[in-house]
Design a protein around this ligand. Structure first.
Ligand code: ZN
Length: 482
């Protein structure tokens, strides 16, 4: 008897937890009635915007900026959206990447169907690779969530905070919570990220107010990877403003940017690998290859690895040296693990990578995931030397960095070359440094460390921009704005 009762209660709880499409329809209709149906919406406010993937230490919050102006306009029927924002550096400056920049940084981002673009000035810059995620952001807004759920055969189940409604759009699974007042209080999904794998994107909506029958939250907080990327205090809402945007021809015709690899010999057995926004260095040792920096993601790594094998045939890539954990500099590291390389990085990064790389990657499995590989690390505290035959590389922890607490710089003592990332970035002729200025505060620290370590540097090989005489770094520091 006891056994049968137990079985019955197990079945009851299992049944109660089953997601139902019929329940979802009822829940969504009630929510749409309570929240008001709109075909478009515009909301504005101020708050904070954070640089995702640019934390000072691996587990710190994303570095914050002041969001002084923000307006988002969404047209649900045409699946279009426009986001205008202005943000500025807080004072005092916070530690981390993406900064410092002077004055106001203005951004205008668009999406319309499969097309996406930015308008940094008067000419559109195609960003079609970002269209899917910008679309997804439409479905993560309160009214967008209800529409997406209704269009995509959502299911519902009861949870502690109300009803949880879930639907699928493309490869993304979107779920949201609707509370007892029929308001959408939270939406969440996962997007692929080269460092973190299936990255949790969660948006919380609180403090709903009424605008002519349309309810909208006055506070919106979005987190990615567990930390805030956007905190918006809404000051005005305009229901049904419409949005008239047409996709520029240059965006329609844009081809995905080709991955270009451009190698330049820096010395015997040393090559600077440029051709994109981020550089790497290939170093030949008597029995192996070491590569400095695996930026962006797997596609870039595969191109750099192919070039390394062409430049140095028949030797394995034994080491990948990672300068720091910012995602634009570490997104391609896993490809080297799949390749069999040992990862050399500052010691604070090791537990972070171990944890992040063990997380699920179902949305975009990379070579390391497919091969089920586990990384091996050489953690660097203050100094590490790679040496074989006549070849020596010295790796140093760049103490005092405001950019990243676990920054490594690499010195080639024989060739007097210094590799550095993000401290000194020479401007390319038509590509200004982010925010228009070079980070002078980072250059000053780099010079200080070079002096403390008594490095006799003649050439700087930066991970952004071009190889320069070291005197250019000194000049940049002296000029005050980098
Ligand atoms: Zn960085």
């Amino acid at each position: 008897m006891a056994k049968r009762l137990c079985l019955a209660s197990v079945l009851f709880f299992v049944c109660a937890g089953i997601a139902s499409a019929q329940d979802a329809k009822t829940v969504l209709q009630a929510a749409q009635k309570a929240m008001g149906d709109v075909s478009s919406i515009q909301y504005s406010g101020t708050g904070h915007l954070n640089f995702f993937g640019q934390a000072w230490t691996p587990n710190a919050a994303w570095p914050v900026t002041n969001l002084t102006s923000y307006t988002k306009t969404i047209d649900y029927s045409s699946k279009s959206a426009k986001e205008d924002l202005v943000h500025s550096e807080p004072s005092p400056m916070v530690k981390g990447g993406g900064r410092p920049f002077k004055g106001d940084d203005k951004q205008a981002n668009y999406v319309s169907g499969q097309y996406a673009w930015d308008m940094p000035g008067s000419a559109p810059v195609p960003q079609n690779g970002a269209a899917a995620e910008r679309q997804l952001q439409i479905w993560l807004t309160p009214h967008g969530f209800l529409k997406g759920a209704m269009e995509n055969n959502a299911t519902a189940k009861k949870v502690a905070a109300g009803m949880e409604v879930t639907f699928q759009t493309g490869k993304f699974t979107v779920s949201g919570t609707i509370d007892a007042h029929n308001m959408v209080t939270k939406t969440e999904t996962h997007v692929p990220n080269p460092v973190l794998g299936d990255l949790l994107v969660e948006t919380a909506f609180t403090n709903y107010k009424d605008f002519n029958g349309v309810k909208f939250p006055m506070t919106i907080v979005q987190k990615q990877g567990g930390a805030t990327v956007l905190e918006l205090n809404v000051s005005s809402v305009n229901p049904n403003p419409g949005l008239n945007i047409s996709v520029p021809d240059s965006v329609k015709d844009a081809k995905p940017p080709a991955i270009k690899v451009d190698s330049k010999k820096l010395g015997d057995g040393i090559w600077f690998i440029a051709g994109g926004s981020h550089n790497s260095i290939v170093v030949e040792f008597p029995t192996y290859i070491a590569v400095i920096e695996a930026p962006l993601g797997e596609a870039r790594s595969l191109a750099v690895i192919a070039e390394a094998k062409k430049l140095v045939p028949n030797k394995p890539i034994k080491y990948l040296i990672n300068t720091h954990s910012h995602f634009d500099h570490s997104g391609g590291v896993r490809t080297y693990v799949a390749e069999g390389a040992t990862i050399i990085t500052q010691e604070i990064n090791v537990p972070f990578y171990k944890k992040a790389w063990a997380d699920p990657r179902t949305l975009a499995p990379d070579n390391m995931a497919k091969a089920n590989k586990v990384a091996t690390f050489i953690p660097v505290k203050e100094k590490y030397v790679l040496t074989e035959g006549g070849r020596t590389l010295e790796l140093f922890h760049e103490n005092g960095s405001m950019h990243n607490a676990g920054m490594l710089i690499v010195y080639f003592p024989k060739e007097k070359i210094l590799e550095e990332a993000d401290d000194y970035t020479p401007d390319e002729p038509d590509v200004p440094a982010p925010g228009g200025i070079r980070p002078a505060v980072f250059i000053a620290n780099l010079l200080k460390q070079v002096q403390i370590l008594k490095l006799d540097v003649q050439t700087v090989a930066p991970m952004h921009g071009t190889v320069e005489p070291f005197s250019e770094v000194q000049k940049a520091a002296a000029s005050g704005n980098g």
